[in-house]
Every structure is written in structure tokens, then in C-alpha cells.
Design a binder for this molecule. Structure first.
Ligand code: 3PG
Length: 306
């Protein structure tokens, strides 16, 4: 019998697990749940006889893939699949998928929430500002950025974007597309980062672009910390005491922030962009459905390691 392991150190909402199990059970598959595991060995043991694996940000490295001799498919219920060794999975003939777009509204709402928190001076009681009339720069134009744009438009913000691959889509939405990343950072009051942690995006938020930021700019990062050159960010924060940085993931140099940038930063206690009941349900159900489609019809639409 096909066995589907749902392994989540940060569990899905119970309603999501119930629906995912129902989808798998209806296809005749057995579901095993491994939640809040504290050690990797628990995952290594559980994955041993699994044919399919559903994870969130859980690390699926060589060791995990080698421990899973029956494994045919890994679905990262979410967008970023930097936690999965996709190349090694491909070598082993294991299909890796994500569930693009399924949790994007949740992340977008958090980005806007962080922007509000930033422009209101972290609710310090000091005079803040308003988003209306200000320019939001979207660094990247994937599913999350498109949702941020939708919300920002309702706030009366002027939205600009820098994207290499989605220029036509952005222009069709009436968004101004900048010619360079430097230009985006130069025209924005709030920059919101929405690029994946791969390729040219790694460390793309560097001094070269940061130095163009306007006075009192706010940087919102609901992407990955790897897209930011953290040493250069610290250098920049030190040189520009008017700038704020709010992120859904604390940088490795968090101690420097605590020491030198008090009142100018905020980091969520744990990555929580997609931590909503709705996002869990959307991404979890999509993952279960993609697994059934894969086994029953050979559907590889969302494969990311072709
Ligand atoms: C994603 O890549 O989809 C988000 O970062 C959500 O990650 P999570 O499932 O670990 O919350």
C-alpha cells in the first residue's frame, strides 16, 4: 500500500491534516503523521518505508533521501524549496514538487503588516507615517508580490517592481517596472522582498542596491535571509540610522541588530508568513492532491527538479 508521510516540525492546522488524510485515504493510501519531531533520527526512521513525503520547511537532505528507499515524491507544501536537496533527489529519481501560490496571500498580508508596523515606528508611540501615497517597491513579482500589490493598491500606494521574468504581467497590472534593482530601491519608500533563495537572487540585497535607498526607507523581508548580504546590511544600517529592517526571519547577525540598531528592526519569533489556517489548508490540500495525481496519472506539473 502506498504510504504518505506528513513530516512537519511546525505542524499543519488540524483541519488541514484531516483534509489531507481524507484525500490520501480516498485514493487508498495510508497516511503517517510525524509532527513536532525534535530530532532528525525521528524523521529518518519515519521516512524509511514512505512512498511520498509532505513537508514544510523541514530539511530533506541526502541523509533523509538515502533513508527512504521507497520514496518516489517529496512535496514541499509551500513555495520555497531551498530545504530540499533537489539535485540529489533527481539523481535518485525522486520527484520534488512545491505548491506555488497556495500560501501566498498569508505571506503578503504579513508583508503589509510589517510595512505598517515599520511606518508606525514599531508602535513606539512616536510620530509615524502612512502608507497611502507612498511608493512600494516590489523586489520580485511572483505569487506573493502579486498579492502584496493587490493589497497595497487598496491602501492607495504607488507600486513599482523590479523583475526579470514577469515584466509583461507587471505592466499589464499597471505597475511601473524599473530598469534595474538599484532604481527600484531608489524610488521606494517601502521595499518588499519577494525573490526565492536561488541563483542570482542570493545575496542580491547588497550594499550596491541598499545605498540607493531613500531617506527613512523601510525594508520588509518575508523571503529568505539568504537573499540578503547580511554583513552589508549591517554596514548599511550602521551608516543609515534613518532606515528600518523588518523581517520574517532573523538574520544570523541578530546580535549586531540588538546591540546597535534598537528601535529600527523587528524579526518574527519564528518564520510565520504562512502560519495561517487558510494557508495550511490550501498548501496541505494541494500537496495531497498533487501526490494522488502523480501516482494515479503521472502528473508532474509542479515538479521543481526536472
Ligand atoms: C514558503 O516557502 O512557502 C513559506 O516560507 C512558508 O514556509 P513554512 O511552511 O515553513 O511556514
Amino acid at each position: 500500500m502506498t504510504k504518505v508521510l506528513i513530516a512537519t516540525e511546525k505542524p499543519f492546522a488540524p483541519a488541514a491534516v484531516a483534509q489531507m488524510s481524507e484525500i490520501c485515504n480516498s485514493a487508498g493510501y495510508q497516511v503517517q503523521l510525524l509532527e513536532k519531531y525534535a530530532t532528525k533520527s525521528e524523521l529518518l526512521q519515519a521516512v524509511g518505508d514512505a512512498h511520498a513525503l509532505i513537508v514544510r520547511s523541514d530539511l530533506v537532505d541526502r541523509e533523509v533521501l538515502d533513508a527512504a528507499s521507497n520514496l518516489k515524491i517529496v512535496v514541499r507544501a509551500g513555495a520555497g524549496y531551498d530545504n530540499v536537496d533537489t539535485a540529489y533527489a533527481r539523481e535518485k529519481g525522486i520527484c520534488v514538487m512545491n505548491t506555488p501560490g497556495q500560501n501566498s496571500n498569508a505571506v503578503a498580508e504579513l508583508a503589509i503588516g510589517l510595512a505598517i508596523y515599520g511606518i508606525r515606528d514599531l508602535f513606539s508611540g512616536k510620530m509615524g507615517g502612512e502608507l497611502r501615497g507612498r511608493t512600494l517597491g516590489l523586489h520580485g513579482y511572483g505569487y506573493v508580490a502579486r498579492n502584496v500589490h493587490r493589497i497595497a493598491r487598496a491602501f492607495g500606494m504607488n507600486v513599482m517592481v523590479y523583475t526579470r521574468y514577469s515584466k509583461a504581467q507587471a505592466a499589464s497590472q499597471g505597475i511601473g517596472v524599473t530598469k534595474s534593482l538599484e532604481e527600484l530601491y531608489a524610488v521606494s519608500d517601502v521595499v518588499s522582498i519577494h525573490v526565492p533563495a536561488r541563483g542570482e537572487h542570493l545575496q542580491s540585497v547588497s550594499m550596491d542596491v541598499l545605498k540607493h535607498l531613500k531617506e527613512h526607507a523601510i525594508i520588509v523581508n518575508t523571503a529568505r535571509k539568504e537573499v540578503v548580504n547580511e554583513d552589508e546590511l549591517c554596514e548599511f544600517m550602521a551608516a543609515r540610522p534613518d532606515v528600518k529592517y523588518l523581517s520574517d526571519i532573523a538574520p544570523d547577525c541578530i546580535d549586531r541588530f540588538k546591540q546597535d540598531f534598537e528601535g529600527r528592526y523587528y524579526f518574527t519569533p519564528k518564520k510565520l508568513g504562512a502560519q495561517t489556517a487558510e494557508a495550511n489548508l490550501n498548501a496541505g490540500v494541494a500537496a495531497a492532491e498533487q501526490i494522488v495525481e502523480f501516482f494515479e496519472n503521472g502528473d508532474r506539473t509542479f515538479q521543481v527538479n526536472k
